[in-house]
Design a protein around this ligand. Structure first.
Ligand code: 0RA
Length: 335
């Protein structure tokens, strides 16, 4: 395929509900952006980057992408590159458009087309890359597939070029470049630290994945890759504390659910437990946290029963006894 017809306007008599939906879809995003990205302040602006990165992370979770690079360039232009499968360019039957254009211009079409691979890395709002397109002054996407490089450009969510075949390509992957729309956001100034903190967290949560963040203006670069995954995360959190055990790690897969825990005790009085589900920090906790806490208390209780010769009732380990100072206090008292 050399190129495709970028003219979105249906010919006379070709209007269908689907065409109308496409237009309404992204117009709705520009009309009420907060419904899709939370707000149009600093948080919403940075969310645009995470939304694109989430798509790349999905390619990593599906076993394809190994490297992701995020850079902040001149004029608040963000570039996100990955070495995943790339976005398909074949004509998508339902819409008559290329799959690439469908992914970029139809709301909630950010996910994959088959049921085998679906979005697992949830963004804050998990709305898909079309929302980023809708809220960008311009966006250019490049996709490498089957030895060819393709490119398409959009302005405020509308395709302004066809999907063009640019030339031959080695490997596969996706590059998304966009400039957030100053008509939508209070400010389009990105902060390296906000992006770097979340990207580092994503690198901890996805062991082995390289995620690089660059500030093209200052030259500041952070190359994140943690072979230790959660173990490295716990060690990072305890870096300025006084650890008193090694970091330990458990992992179990049941069906399509994978659970991973890493923990390390420090001298501190308060415990710090961070929980995540599909890469999202679940700050309000949930069953995963409740389950972990009760399993830990039960394990300490069972250990105490097995090693003190006392009965379950006499040991009476409470939730608070999970914490090191409380454990020490009890040991001192011989209780
Ligand atoms: C649609 C289908 C497939 C991959 C993607 C989209 C995709 C989107 C993004 C966005 C950033 N990086 C991306 N990488 C891939 C599946 C392709 C296949 O089945 O081969």
């Amino acid at each position: 395929m050399a190129s495709q017809n970028a003219d979105n306007a249906p010919k006379q008599g070709e209007y269908t509900a689907k065409n109308i939906q496409v237009l309404e879809g992204l117009d709705a995003v520009r009309k009420r952006p907060s419904m899709y990205i939370g707000d149009t302040g600093e948080r919403g602006l940075h969310h645009l980057v995470f939304e694109v990165v989430d798509n790349s992370i999905d390619e990593a979770l599906a076993g394809f992408a190994k490297h992701i690079e995020v850079s902040i360039g001149d004029g608040s232009v963000i570039t996100v590159t990955d070495d995943g499968r790339g976005i398909p360019v074949e004509i998508h039957e339902e819409t008559g458009k290329s799959a690439l254009e469908v992914v970029m211009t139809i709301l909630h079409a950010g996910g994959k087309f088959d049921n085998k691979t679906y979005k697992v890395s949830g963004g804050l709002h998990g709305v898909g890359v079309s929302v980023v397109n809708a809220l960008s002054e311009w966006l250019e996407v490049e996709t490498k597939r089957d030895g060819k490089l393709y490119r398409q450009r959009y302005e405020r969510g509308k395709a302004v070029t066809p999907v063009k075949e640019i030339g031959p390509a080695k490997g596969s992957g996706t590059k998304v470049r966009f400039k957030p729309d100053a008509q939508i956001f209070n400010s389009i100034e990105f902060h390296f630290d906000i992006l770097a903190n979340r990207i580092r967290e994503l690198a901890f949560l996805n062991k082995g994945l390289h995620i690089i963040i660059k500030d093209e203006l200052s030259g500041e670069t952070e190359d994140n890759m943690y072979a230790g995954g959660l173990i490295s995360f716990v060690e990072f959190i305890n870096k300025n504390k006084a650890p008193i055990t090694k970091a330990i790690h458990f992992e179990k897969q049941e069906g399509d659910i994978n659970v991973e825990v890493a923990m390390q005790y420090n001298e501190g009085y308060a415990d710090n437990i961070y929980t995540f589900a599909n890469n999202i920090n679940t700050i309000e906790g949930g069953f995963h946290l409740v389950g972990f806490r009760s399993a830990l208390t039960r394990t300490i209780n069972d250990y105490a029963v097995a090693n003190t010769g006392k009965k379950d009732k006499e040991v009476k380990i409470s939730g608070d006894d999970r914490r090191v100072p409380r454990m020490r206090e009890r040991l001192r008292k011989g209780a």
